[in-house]
Design a protein around this ligand. Structure first.
Ligand code: GTP
Ligand code: MG
Length: 197
């Protein structure tokens, strides 16, 4: 699928103020700093469509982008940053939870996971929670440019092993790098499939 246009539409504080449209949406979620906004830019072929920062917690609102004038990418605030140290529980903000649970036109969720880290309890908890939501999800292991292919493969295996007891079946997995464009075609292909199903 070719991306012919990518336009920022709006930021919403919560699902009530999200765009009132029926466009299919594809959301990007994961721990703060994992590379969600960078991925939106990579998919769009634009450097600064979504705001990127080396400081975690950059994206605070639900940001909606319209692609090819027909479907939408949604850049969500990350979890696991602000108050998380206080508890092992998932701490993504409520509006993100409402969005993932209730948004009717949400077609697929891409859960981004840092390919350099061993399985993080917060990611395992999040994926376990998400598995009970209606929208299907794909795991995307980010920043693969920072290490060898074999290390990334080891991270993926360890993560899949650690979620296996909580899930029925294994979710689709994509390896990505916003630096070198790895994974871009696979993500767009997955979106295209959902658009035509
Ligand atoms: P929050 O909005 O704070 O939750 O973060 P985010 O998940 O949107 O991450 P963001 O895209 O802002 O990227 C965080 C940092 O990681 C930035 O310094 C990016 O340049 C860097 N980064 C993101 N993706 C990649 C990647 O694929 N490879 C490398 N090497 N760096 C990356
Ligand atoms: Mg961001």
């Amino acid at each position: 699928m070719k991306i012919k246009s990518a336009i920022f539409n709006m930021s919403a504080r919560d699902i009530e103020s999200a765009p009132n449209w029926s466009r299919p949406e594809f959301a990007f979620i994961g721990r703060s700093n994992v590379g969600k906004s960078s991925m939106i830019n990579m998919l769009s072929n634009k450097d600064d469509l979504a705001k990127v920062s080396a400081t975690p917690g950059k994206t605070q609102l639900l940001n909606f982008f319209v692609m090819n004038e027909s479907w939408s990418l949604v850049d969500l605030p990350g979890y696991g940053y602000a108050k998380v140290a206080k508890s092992e529980k998932i701490d993504f903000n409520r509006s993100v939870g409402d969005y993932l649970e209730q948004r009717e036109n949400l077609r697929r969720v891409f859960v981004l996971i840092d390919s350099r880290l061993p399985p993080q309890p917060i990611d395992i908890d999040f994926v376990t929670w998400l598995a009970d939501c209606v929208a299907p999800f794909t795991l995307v292991f980010t920043k693969a440019d920072k290490q060898s292919v074999s290390k990334t493969q080891a991270t993926i295996k360890a993560f899949l092993d650690s979620i296996a007891e909580h899930l029925n079946g294994s979710p689709p997995v994509i390896t990505s790098s916003s630096r070198n464009g790895a994974g871009r075609m696979e993500i767009l292909k997955s979106i295209e499939l959902a658009l035509h199903s």
